[in-house]
Design a protein around this ligand. Structure first.
Ligand code: ACO
Length: 157
């Protein structure tokens, strides 16, 4: 069952607000890395009534490209359409037609995410070989596959 979009509220967080780290760290286990981009980013949360269900963090890379640095949905609420809602709605609010493209990086092992981003119109644009081996201290496995390379997907706006 999908959540109805009208039940979900999208709110832009002030950079001084308390951050939903329990969600942010689901997408990126390194708090140090998360903190390194939060202060330059636009942060949006999806909530239902008072409960925060998801977060998306958008960081401009140049005048033309904006990157989704982090997206996460609370586990019990995953696969109900909130991730798609965040990607589609936050992009509109954050970019306001200013940027030519939006990109997102994910691991070669993140099968569901690779499916989701392509379903929403993103196309594979770059492979950063051995990114996860070089940047994280311990090996990461998902779906029985080692996360080695970062796949970058880009959508033309
Ligand atoms: N495995 C299989 N399918 C998936 C997965 C998954 N992990 N995630 C989403 N999908 C599918 C859904 O089943 C759905 O398919 P359908 O449209 O055919 O029914 C489609 O993708 C859309 O899914 P949503 O419900 O819109 O996505 P969701 O609300 O679950 O959010 C997200 C997706 C953000 C990836 C969520 O699963 C999550 O928080 N995962 C943990 C954190 C994470 O991995 N974040 C991304 C890291 S990369 C980065 O942050 C830049």
């Amino acid at each position: 069952m999908k959540l109805e979009q009208q039940d979900i509220t999208l709110t832009k967080l002030d950079r001084n607000a308390s951050m939903p780290y329990e969600l942010l760290l689901l997408a990126d286990p390194s708090k140090e890395l998360v903190d390194s981009y939060l202060h330059q980013s636009q942060i949006f949360i999806a909530s239902k009534k008072e409960e925060v269900l998801g977060v998306i963090v958008l960081l401009p890379l140049s005048d033309e490209i904006i990157e989704i640095k982090n997206i996460a949905v609370k586990p019990p609420f995953q696969k109900l359409g909130i991730g798609s809602f965040l990607i589609e709605n936050a992009i509109q609010v954050a970019t306001g037609g200013e940027y030519k493209s939006i990109c997102i990086g994910t691991a070669n092992s993140s099968i569901g995410q690779i499916y989701l981003y392509q379903k929403l119109g993103f196309e594979l644009s770059e492979i950063k070989n051995n990114f996860f081996i070089s940047n994280y201290p311990d090996p990461i496995y998902e779906n029985g596959i080692q996360a080695k390379h970062m796949l970058v997907f880009t959508k033309i706006l």
